[in-house]
Ligand binder design. Structure first.
Ligand SMILES: [Zn+2]
Length: 306
């Protein structure tokens, strides 16, 4: 044993030899790759079921395979206006397709169409978000978890309007307190990714001329978080917030603001299964690569949904 190997064995040499070029430590390393699938809007009909199955295979059969699926919400076609048996059929269709076609773990986010808002069900214990929480197997309607050095925060965007109807986009007071505490508790060196079904900041809200009224833009509060100003200010206090993902609009965009990247991620169902393109966005899903330096790459992929 020479002196060097002796020192190494004794743990006295640094793991990285000091004569290596400095650039080596500046090379980013991928922390995790996951697939974002959203707005699957499944029904018990053959086209959505077969198409979602193909999409799941497309994602997990990638040569560079994602570690898990992040579902952006609107898993089922609609629970807002449907009775118990119709909603049950849609959840059953979803579970059948997932069970038969995917081995990847799924982390869910609640979308507006996942909320059971049926008029005649107000007294039912599953009314509102309880049924979706149960079907998705999630611990709460909003939550956070860590994966491979990144902190994930899943928000619940969908609230009742002042008139008491579902839905408008914001987080309620309880959830805002929790979010502030969750961010405060997170190591400032840990990069953070948020997911909300409805976008917080998005260019997609400008796709519809009907929202120009008397020469002014009027962006619906159901399209973009009405508490965006508060959330933007909160994220500014936490520079480790790197990305906010969303679905809902069925459109694809990427907006950089205050060093946060906001990604709206199309829809697996395209134009709610009536055609494969909604405005200029094709039906699809996204692969996200998160790196240890807090950077992110997104690849949007189409799949055969005919
Ligand atoms: Zn949707």
């Amino acid at each position: 044993m020479n002196r060097r190997s002796l020192l190494k064995t004794a743990g006295l040499l640094p793991l990285v030899a000091p004569d290596l070029p400095l650039v080596a430590s500046a090379v980013r390393k991928r922390s995790v790759r996951f697939a974002y699938l959203g707005d699957t809007h499944i029904t018990a009909d053959s086209k959505p079921m077969a198409s979602v199955a193909r999409c799941l295979h497309h994602a997990q059969d990638q040569a560079d395979k994602p570690a898990f699926i992040l579902h952006g919400g609107d898993t089922i076609m609609d629970a807002l206006g449907q009775d118990r048996s119709q909603v049950q059929k849609q959840w059953d269709a979803w579970h059948t397709v997932v069970k038969g076609n995917s081995s990847l773990p799924i982390e869910y986010c609640i979308g507006n169409h996942d909320v059971w808002g049926y008029e005649g069900a107000k007294a039912d214990p599953l009314y509102g978000k309880k049924w979706a929480v149960e079907q998705m197997g999630i611990s709460n309607r909003y939550r956070s978890f860590d994966k491979n050095g990144w902190h994930f925060i899943i928000l619940d965007s969908v609230q009742t309007t002042p008139e008491g109807k579902w839905y408008t986009a914001h987080i309620d007071a309880e959830q805002m307190d929790w979010l502030k505490n969750d961010l405060a508790r997170t190591d400032p060196k840990t990069p953070v990714l948020l997911l909300s079904h409805i976008p917080i900041v998005s260019a997609t809200v400008f796709y519809d001329k009907a929202n120009v009224k008397n020469g002014n833009w009027q962006i619906p509060g159901s399209w973009d978080h009405t508490d965006a100003v508060d959330l933007i200010a909160l994220f500014y206090q936490h520079p480790n917030v790197k990305a906010c993902l969303s679905g809902h609009m069925h459109l694809l965009d990427r907006v950089e603001y205050n060093n946060v990247t906001y990604f709206c991620n199309g829809a697996v169902s395209g134009n709610w299964w009536t055609s494969d393109t909604y405005h200029q966005t094709k039906a699809g899903y996204a692969l996200f690569d998160l790196y240890d330096d807090g950077t992110i790459e997104r690849t949007y992929l189409t799949y055969n949904n005919k």
